[in-house]
Design a protein around this ligand. Structure first.
Ligand code: ZN
Length: 408
């Protein structure tokens, strides 16, 4: 088969794939349990020559396509393609006829496009099964938005679903802002940040607001910690390896004339290297403990690692660029100059399998920088890009399987 075949075949599926995406868009489900989504995807895969299994702890779908042109059964390479399927607790503010029918749930991150795209790739590759020199694993994943569905699927064996370890893994994410519709983007090395959580509770001793000298007021101490963390970033971290700490929760007190016993705050921490991730854990703890001690108070600090940095394998990222340029033309590919700041649990797949994650622009607004971004209740994803997303994933699998020197 040639690349033009795959693009043409994907184009012929346009109506079907867009309809599937819009069906999913109306029934957004959150977290690890996505029963209606799973049912819809299983129906969409019906009739394809796939070995399908579903998760027990989460409504995942793993589908294996056995290539018909392997030296011997189970001898060829294995490529894994991933699409996440979960939605967000966002109340959609859209006038589209296919807007969410579930209250306070919306496909605001475009995972409905990923799901439809991966179904498209499964159909495209199934049609060419006989010519494939290896196997393809399709990973339909729930719970990307903070539930770590990827790790749960890894625990369930998705990386060895074909009976041997995957040799390469790819996935893509659509963007409702920044990247114009139809533009593919990728880069070697760090692509998305690590995401961690910092929880701090300052323990003082409450009392009358007019007599602070008889208390240990935790409020100014907590405020000092919040600002000291920002200073810590600028003074103690290399500016070429960025760190973001955002305090999104700050809580203390019940009444203006009462000094509370404690004050607490929570922060999200984003880093782009495992060194910095570890260093923030250590230094943020020291800063908070030091300030508490200076004021004669106690502090409880908890630091939870969530998602690691999403790191693209350099060779695989270059291969993604080559494939996008040859399939869609030079003007449809952008080598991202810098990583993006959100985080991804596909990072756990890439810790185990060489591969790459890429972006696909789905922003049809004239000004891509002011368009509502992913996670906004107004986010609009141009679903005309789905066939190209499907063709890209299928093409990556076809070419990667054919790369004879590719075996680890
Ligand atoms: Zn997302």
């Amino acid at each position: 088969m040639s690349s033009t075949d795959l693009r043409a075949d994907a184009e012929a599926m346009r109506e079907d794939l867009v309809a599937l995406r819009r069906e999913l868009h109306q029934i957004p489900e959150i977290g690890l349990d996505l029963p209606r989504t799973q049912e819809t995807v299983l129906a969409a895969l019906e009739g394809l020559p796939l070995e399908i299994s579903t998760g027990e702890k989460l409504s995942s779908i793993t589908a294996v396509l056995r290539g018909g042109a392997q030296p011997a059964e189970g001898e060829g390479p294995v490529v894994l393609l991933r699409g996440d399927m979960d939605a967000l607790p966002v109340a959609e503010r859209s006038e589209e006829s296919y807007r969410s029918r579930h209250e306070n749930a919306m496909h605001a991150c475009g995972h409905d496009l990923h799901t439809a795209g991966l179904v498209g790739a499964a159909r495209l590759l199934s049609a060419h099964r006989a010519e494939l020199p290896g196997d393809v694993v399709f990973m339909f994943q729930p719970g990307e938005e903070g539930w770590n569905g990827a790790s749960l699927m890894i625990d369930d064996g998705v990386l060895t679903a074909a009976g041997r370890p995957a040799d390469a893994a790819y996935g893509l994410h659509v963007l409702s802002a920044i990247l114009p519709s139809g533009i593919f983007a990728c880069r070697p090395g760090p692509l998305m940040s690590a995401s961690d959580a910092l929880y701090v509770r300052v323990v003082g001793a409450g009392g009358h607001g007019s007599m602070p000298y008889t208390t240990l007021d935790p409020v100014p101490a907590a405020c000092e910690m919040v600002t000291a963390l920002q200073t810590m970033i600028t003074r103690r971290f290399n500016i070429f390896d960025p760190v973001v700490i955002t305090v999104g929760v700050l809580k203390a007190g019940t009444k203006r004339n009462v000094i509370p016993d404690d004050a607490s705050f929570e922060a999200t921490v984003r880093t782009y290297s495992s060194e910095n991730q570890e260093r923030v854990r250590q230094l943020a703890t020291e800063v908070c403990e030091g300030i508490a001690a200076a004021h004669g108070m106690r502090v409880e600090v908890r630091y939870d690692a969530e998602y690691p940095v999403t790191v693209n394998n350099a060779e695989e990222a270059a291969f993604v660029g080559e494939t996008a340029r040859s399939l869609f033309g030079e003007e449809r590919y952008l080598e991202s100059p810098n990583p993006l700041s959100p985080s991804e649990d596909f990072s756990f797949v890439l810790q185990n399998v060489p591969g790459a994650y890429l972006f696909l622009g789905a922003c049809s607004a004239e000004n891509t920088f002011t368009a509502p971004s992913n996670h906004s209740p107004l986010a609009f994803f141009d679903d005309r890009v789905i066939p190209d997303g499907a063709a890209m994933l299928a093409e990556l699998a076809v070419r990667r399987l054919a790369r004879t020197d590719g075996r680890a």
